[in-house]
Design a protein. Structure first.
Ligand code: XIL
Length: 402
């Protein structure tokens, strides 16, 4: 372990892979038949205190006002991520103005539900306010702005909602598909060390929170040949995909140099129905003493396939396989699905209507086969898990060096 700090992880033996697969195979038929809200609600919320697994959704404060939506989030989730409310354009709209209103609603509701929160995201190239994006910054001035933002945002949640925001996506999507640094305000003005600076500021602001680098590694989103691009492909093999290699090199360097990092977020937007090689992620992060998490899972279907049983079954299998990869990994304890219902998932807008139906519930708040499959797999794992090591859920409050 680095920095003299122990990252506690669940033992690989606690949830036997074959056990989970057998159990899940047994519910395929039930999952295929129409499952109702009541079927799923009987399953109830997983008991994280017993299994150490966090499961939940990206949420928006405006949708939490909808009682059906809020009830699904309350019932299913043990962790939530603000989908947009903590991004710069929402939370820091003017140089001297922080607007915590939307994010506070989400965090307050999570606290009332006994849930925790993944903070998302402190440094990204998108959704920046114009005062920041268009500013004429010197390196030193932009570092000051970055420090102030990270210190203020993390500090707000550390003080107002102690113990609720347990994880932060500190830096989001900093690499291109080729494994190079993505052009961004941060990269242009501050240079290569902006990532390291951000992690150091975050650790100073809340020594107890888990700090993640978050990105997407799915073949289709990397623009692989035959999948809408001419970028690299390696059938999801993270030892060959340049962005995975770049992330691994960054994490390796951080661990050796004592730069504070606890995990890698693997977004998991599976746009072509084929999950990539999460086993590789599990093993290299484990070697470095890091966690990994599935942070933004969704599985878009063609817009016309929303009620096609074969498509829904393939989607359910994809979700099951991803959840299984985390459940059976000793250093993954968090799965977040990027949205709650198909009517509000980002996919429709992002793909200009070509794809949709990407998440677990229909626009009418009905659970899809994937909902049944995911929730059942989690609950089965919980009931077979017995007493698991819960240490991976939160960091020790002891500050570490770096
Ligand atoms: C998306 C949101 O879902 C949309 O509502 C918003 O318009 C754009 O951002 N990777 C990320 C997320 O890290 O923050 C993005 O969320 C989806 C891709």
């Amino acid at each position: 372990m680095f920095g003299g700090h122990v990252v506690a992880m669940r033992s690989p033996e606690t949830i036997p892979r074959s056990g989970v697969r057998t159990v899940v195979a047994g519910i395929v038929l039930t999952a295929l038949s129409a499952c109702t809200y009541d079927d799923v609600s009987r399953v109830g919320r997983p008991d994280v205190s017993r299994s150490g697994l966090n499961f939940g959704y990206a949420v928006s404060s405006s949708w939490l006002a909808n009682t059906d939506y809020a009830e699904i989030v309350r019932r299913d989730a043990t962790i939530v991520t603000p989908e947009n409310a903590m991004k710069w354009d929402h939370i820091h709209p003017e140089p001297d103005v922080y607007d915590f209103s939307g994010a506070d609603e989400i965090v307050a509701q999570a606290r009332a539900n006994g849930q925790t929160v993944r903070g998302h995201t402190l440094v990204w190239h998108q959704q920046l306010p114009s005062w920041l994006e268009d500013g004429d910054w010197s390196r030193d001035d932009l570092i000051d702005v970055l420090r102030d933002h990270i210190t203020t945002v993390i500090g707000h949640y550390r003080d107002r909602f102690p113990g609720v925001v347990t994880q932060w996506d500190v830096v989001n999507e900093a690499f291109t598909s080729q494994g190079l640094r993505r052009d961004s305000l941060w990269q242009r003005v501050i240079g290569d060390d902006y990532i390291e600076l951000a992690f150091r500021f975050a650790r100073e602001a809340d020594p107890a929170a888990l700090l993640f680098y978050n990105d997407y590694y799915d073949d289709s989103m990397l623009g692989a040949p035959g999948r809408g691009g001419d970028g690299p492909t390696a059938d999801g093999r993270c030892d060959v995909v340049p962005k995975c290699v770049a992330t691994r090199n960054l994490a390796d360097r951080f661990v050796r140099a004592g730069v504070p990092i606890d995990g890698i977020g693997f977004e998991g937007h599976v746009f072509d129905g084929r999950p990539v090689d999460y086993q590789a992620f599990s093993s290299w992060t484990l070697e470095l003493g890091l966690q990994w998490a599935l942070t933004e899972v969704d599985g878009p279907l063609a817009a016309s396939d929303g009620s096609d049983p074969a498509a829904l079954e393939a989607q359910a299998a994809m979700y099951e396989s991803m959840v299984d990869d985390c459940l059976t990994s000793p250093n993954c304890d968090t799965v977040v699905v990027w949205g709650v219902t198909d009517s509000q998932s980002w996919v429709t807008q992002h793909t200009h209507g070509a794809l949709g139906h990407a998440v677990l519930y229909t626009a009418d708040f009905e659970p899809k086969p994937a909902a049944e499959r995911v929730l059942s797999a989690i609950h089965r794992a919980h009931s077979t898990a017995g007493a698991l090591d819960l240490g991976a859920r939160t960091r020790s409050p002891t500050p570490r060096d770096g």
